[in-house]
Design a protein around this ligand. Structure first.
Ligand SMILES: [Zn+2]
Length: 244
């Protein structure tokens, strides 16, 4: 649903890959890492030359600095997903800026800070709130909100599993659902590297099983996994009209 901002508060919001250079291109975005599952995910991506975009949690980066380095060295795009994975709606602007600054400071030692900066909001909270867009613009004037159009819904899988067979069956169903989408070319796919806050012992296995099935299936069908890229010239009107 369209939402207006007469003061021009909206940042550009990505739902699909802008300027698709070919069909059969997708951007896989992986939120909430790094975790002990990340090395396995990197191996899966590396086998087919897939490049992903990681939105990394500051607290988890502090726990796994070596893994963050491995992600960057493997050529994947990395952005901060805040320090504490808190929903930003309702937070004061200074708190939002501090959350991003602290998390990006960890990454800035490993690669130049990207501009435009792509921001993946924890829980997508505040995606349609002018105050959150304004706070992020104040932090980084050219920032863009990195949303998605095709979620694996992997954060719901572990909670529905009672054994290993469930992990495979539910992951396969999620991949099948995505792979059969007619608008898959140019999609921004969402999955998690062990989603934050899911109390299930199956979480790591879901991450690895799903990554394996997703990457194998789509690359087998000729899809290339490319890093998410910003909109090159956001139309002026996009500051006033939020489409979705
Ligand atoms: Zn997240």
């Amino acid at each position: 649903m369209t939402k207006m901002s007469w003061s021009g508060a909206w940042l550009p919001v990505l739902h699909r890959l802008p300027d698709a250079s070919s069909d059969r291109e997708v951007a896989l975005t992986i939120d909430d890492g790094p975790t002990n599952s990340t090395p396995g995910v990197l191996r899966i991506l590396g086998r087919v030359g897939a490049k992903a975009t990681f939105f990394l949690s500051g607290e988890r980066m502090n726990r796994h600095p070596g893994i963050v380095r491995d992600i960057v060295e493997a050529g994947h795009a990395v952005y901060a997903h805040g320090m504490q994975h808190i929903p930003l709606e309702g937070e004061p602007a200074e708190r939002i800026a501090r959350d991003m600054t602290e998390a990006e400071a960890i990454l800035a030692g490993l690669r130049p800070t990207p501009s435009p900066y792509l921001v993946r909001l924890p829980y997508a909270a505040g995606r349609r709130l002018p105050a959150v867009h304004k706070a992020i613009r104040a932090w980084s004037p050219t920032a863009q909100i990195a949303h998605w159009n095709a979620s694996t819904d992997d954060h719901t899988i572990a909670g529905r599993c009672t054994d290993e067979a469930d992990i495979r069956a539910l992951s396969a169903a999620a991949v099948c659902r995505l792979a059969s989408r007619r608008d898959l070319s140019g999609s921004i796919l969402l999955m998690h590297d062990e989603p934050v806050g899911i109390p299930s012992p199956f979480v790591p296995a879901v991450t690895l099983t799903l990554a394996e099935m997703l990457v194998t299936t789509l690359s087998g069908r000729g899809y290339a996994f490319v890093p998410l890229r910003p909109i090159r010239r956001p139309p002026l009107l996009s500051r006033f009209i939020l489409e979705k």
